[in-house]
Design a protein around this ligand. Structure first.
Ligand SMILES: NC(=O)c1ccc[n+]([C@@H]2O[C@H](COP(=O)([O-])OP(=O)(O)OC[C@H]3O[C@@H](n4cnc5c(N)ncnc54)[C@H](O)[C@@H]3O)[C@@H](O)[C@H]2O)c1
Length: 344
């Protein structure tokens, strides 16, 4: 199989993760990195590839098929447009863009080009996410009635030392909830409306400390979700799955899906059902753990990106889909600000 040639713009925390995934990939090879900062130089040295100060210079010197945009969110737009103008496919980190205006422009530009834009919602590559979607969409729970979820952790004090981490763009809604929203959309279908209450009572910074949400899904199901980066708890996706070594695993579940016939505890999938008895509270409901191993989502994402570039697969999450996740997530700010239910 011939290898697709990739470049990375932004060699920071997640850029390193992509570089590692490319190094282990059969179908892709890393050609160069663009990053003006020392972190990029370090990564280029480690990966033994040339370093350029920006993407334009990289594209002028190297022949590549695809670009991974892993710059800070407010710098996703320019490299994405530059890559498309250069005839390259793009895998842009989440959130797709910092604003809906930028995201909409990228959707139009991608549609008008021969290139694909994929969005780095890496959880879409886990088998457990597909299994949860299948269980709910196939009606295994009966009609989905309610969803109860949370993502509540206390981030380390050092995380907030850079001033930009105190700003609203770096708060848990845009940084963390966007992953949850993408998973909820994928598993349950579109979110139709959102109401929200927000609190800054712990840190008193521009970014929010905690959010309580009420959601209505297009299917008619309703849901609640608690979010905080200031609340000590074992209940958040990263802790539940042990997805990275940085956040020790608790194996606790953090989202519950409840239907008319059965319920699903998530992400360590446990199906609660009544076996052959009628599904009501007069009969014993028992847990059925579904064994699934956690794959390396970043490697699967690179393999998929390479297959899309080679024309063998269609994007699992394209720019329009990533924009819908952004739109749904940004609606939480508007709901909290206005005190009104916001239609997504
Ligand atoms: N998928 C995930 O789970 C996940 C996890 C972490 C971060 N992210 C996303 O990845 C993006 C980057 O986050 P990070 O934590 O790696 O940030 P980071 O600060 O560690 O790294 C960003 C890098 O981009 C470089 N950079 C800045 N502007 C640039 C430009 N114009 N051209 C080239 N390089 C530039 C910086 O020098 C830095 O090395 C963000 O959008 C974030 O939301 C996704």
């Amino acid at each position: 199989m011939s290898q697709v040639k990739l470049g990375i713009v932004g060699g920071g925390v997640i850029g390193r993760r992509h570089a590692g995934a490319i190094a282990n990939a059969d179908a892709a090879v890393l050609v160069a990195i663009a990053d003006p900062a020392p972190s990029g130089r370090q990564l280029a040295e480690n990966m033994n590839v040339p370093l350029y100060s920006d993407l334009q210079e990289l594209l002028a010197r190297e022949a590549i098929d695809g670009v991974i945009v892993s710059t800070p969110t407010e710098h996703h737009f320019n490299p994405t447009i530059t890559a498309l103008d250069g005839g390259c496919h793009v895998l842009v980190e989440k959130p797709i863009m910092a604003t809906l205006e930028e995201a909409d422009q990228v959707v139009v530009k991608a549609d008008a080009s021969n290139c694909h834009v994929l969005v780095g919602h890496h959880r879409r590559y886990y088998g457990l996410i597909h299994r949860a979607r299948e269980i709910i969409q196939s009606g295994e729970l009966g009609q989905l009635v309610a969803v109860s979820g949370q993502w509540t952790v206390r981030k380390a004090d050092a995380y907030f030392h850079p001033d930009w981490r105190k700003k609203w763009e770096a708060g848990p809604i845009l940084t963390n909830l966007i992953h949850e929203m993408d998973s909820l959309r994928y598993i349950c279908g579109e979110v139709e409306s959102i109401s929200a209450e927000v609190s800054h009572a712990v840190r008193n910074w521009e970014k929010e400390d905690a959010v309580a949400m009420i959601m209505r899904f297009s299917s008619g199901a309703i849901g609640t979700f608690m979010l905080s980066d200031q609340a000590t708890s074992p209940w958040a996706w990263e802790l539940g799955t042990g997805e990275t070594e940085f956040f020790p695993r608790t194996a606790q579940n953090s989202i519950r899906f409840m239907g008319t016939k059965a319920a699903l505890d998530f992400p360590n999938l446990t199906l609660w059902h009544h076996n052959d008895d009628p599904p009501d509270w007069n009969h014993l409901i028992s847990p059925d753990p579904l064994e699934l191993k956690l794959e390396d989502a970043f490697s699967l994402q690179i393999a998929h990106f390479a297959a899309v570039i080679a024309g063998r697969e269609s994007p699992i999450i394209n720019a329009a889909d990533g924009t819908r996740t952004l739109r749904t997530t940004l609606a939480v700010f508007e709901a909290a600000r206005s005190g009104q239910r916001v239609m997504v």
